[in-house]
Design a protein around this ligand. Structure first.
Ligand SMILES: Cc1cc2nc3c(=O)[nH]c(=O)nc-3n(C[C@H](O)[C@H](O)[C@H](O)COP(=O)(O)OP(=O)(O)OC[C@H]3O[C@@H](n4cnc5c(N)ncnc54)[C@H](O)[C@@H]3O)c2cc1C
Length: 403
């Protein structure tokens, strides 16, 4: 699959993690993780930290799937507002989904502190502004339900929003628990750390093309005719996980992002907070030092040719939206890219075993909070392998599809 095109900023900003180690013979191991994006990297970290031996298989250069195109805002707020999610699933499960994402931001911070490497993880506030009257009604409902469950949230009136952030909108919700990261740096640092300090084996440029069940686990066939036998399989293949799923569970769509040339700090809004809006698809903004990253303009299709054709037009639309929001910022696009994205009906990821497949675990962080879900998936995979019950399975597992 063509996961992205254009020039994702992180590829230009970071040196390439120069690792080339294709598997060229048959191989036996206990646990295989397919995928070296942020999800596979976090899964490997959790398993290595628990002393569980694992092997990672990646068909591309390490971590150059969707994680390298990610704008990497870390929010506890899921794409489906809590006041809507409680209408789709039981209220306590909906609240648990939000609480899990909140915890996940703290856990991501701890993971990188524990290995002494900082992938530009930065705490920043988040501002969710109402685009219009309808959006204002939504944030009012959100404020009530989030306060009821002690989730961190402040309400900003029209005047407070304008005074603090210079945004002209009917009101906003704000919190001080969000963060941002460089997902490519995060994934490659983690993988490199565990190659050097743990017993992690990594084979890059090795595509798994088929798999079949054996008496003791799975036999995987690679594109270069090697066979891998393993007892347990973890699918962290991101938006390309379809071939490992008995049934399609996600909808693949397209999304767009741009980054500005550096702008004078005096133009940047208060606290370099994350900013997003109630309108769908939403515009979102973050910074990286004194550059501004904006994204959104999602389209309902996944066709990469059609997606790429729209890139120039989408850049223009995103620029206009930023100009409207912050007329004084001299925003000039430096790089632009577009990518495949994925959503589910309830905005929640799929994490867990497919019913009846106890030796295959899916770590699929689909949705706008992909990275916070990756952290949850990594912990759930570790708990599963350690035989510990994880109550988050009830929220994120496949059972909710009524298979
Ligand atoms: C433009 C954009 C903006 C985004 N913004 C945000 C955001 O602000 N916040 C957020 O939390 N999330 C965001 N996301 C989503 C987030 O980036 C993803 O959820 C996350 O990167 C997925 O990580 P992953 O490791 O699961 O997938 P990937 O990074 O794609 O890694 C999966 C890996 O599996 C490998 N693979 C697949 N199939 C095989 C196979 N058969 N054999 C071997 N290897 C295989 C792939 O090559 C790939 O490297 C954004 C995504 C995009 C595209």
């Amino acid at each position: 699959m063509d996961l992205y095109s254009g020039l994702p900023y992180w590829i230009a900003k970071n040196p390439l993690y120069n690792y080339f180690n294709p598997l060229e013979s048959d191989y036996n191991t206990d646990i295989v993780i397919i995928g070296s994006g942020i999800t596979g990297a976090l899964v490997a970290h959790e398993l290595c930290t628990a002393g569980i031996k694992c092997t990672m298989i990646e068909k591309r250069s390490i971590s150059t799937g969707s994680s390298t195109a990610s704008t990497a805002l870390l929010q506890y707020e899921i794409d489906t507002p809590l006041s809507e999610l409680v209408k789709m699933i039981e209220e306590d499960l909906a609240v648990k989904a939000y609480e899990s994402c909140l915890q996940s931001i703290n856990d991501l911070e701890k993971v990188f502190k524990s290995i002494g490497l900082n992938p530009d993880f930065e705490r920043v506030p988040s501002v969710y502004y109402a685009t219009n009257h309808k959006g204002h009604k939504l944030i009012e409902k959100e404020y009530v339900i989030r306060t009821k469950y002690h989730l961190p949230v402040n309400y900003l009136s029209k005047k407070e929003l304008n005074d603090k952030y210079g945004i002209k909108a009917p009101g906003a919700l704000e919190n001080n628990v969000s963060a941002q990261i460089d997902a490519y740096k995060a994934a490659t640092h983690l993988i490199d750390y565990h190659i050097k300090n743990s017993d992690l084996d990594v084979f890059s440029h090795t595509e798994i093309i088929t798999y079949q069940k054996t008496a003791s686990g799975y036999e995987l066939q690679t594109a270069n005719y090697s066979k891998i036998n393993c007892k347990y399989l973890i699918i962290a293949a991101g938006f390309e996980a379809g071939r490992f799923l008995p049934k399609q569970v996600m909808k693949l769509t397209s999304t767009y992002a741009i980054i500005s040339q550096p702008v004078d700090e005096k133009f940047i809004w208060a606290d370099k907070s994350l900013i997003w809006e109630t309108k769908e698809p939403y515009l979102y903004i973050r910074t990286d030092k004194n550059r501004i990253i904006a994204g959104g303009e999602d389209e309902d299709f996944k066709d990469p040719v059609l997606r790429d054709k729209l890139l120039r037009r989408k850049v223009g639309i995103l620029e206009k939206k930023i100009k409207k929001l912050f007329p004084k910022i001299p925003f000039k696009t430096e790089m632009a890219w577009c990518g495949t994205f994925s959503s589910t009906d309830d905005g929640l990821p799929y994490i867990g075993n497919w019913p009846g497949k106890d030796d295959m675990f899916y770590a699929l962080g689909y949705g706008g909070n992909g990275i916070t879900f990756s952290m949850v998936a990594a912990q759930m995979a570790r708990n599963k392998l350690e035989g510990k019950k994880d109550s988050r399975e009830e929220v994120f597992g496949f059972e909710r599809m009524n298979i």
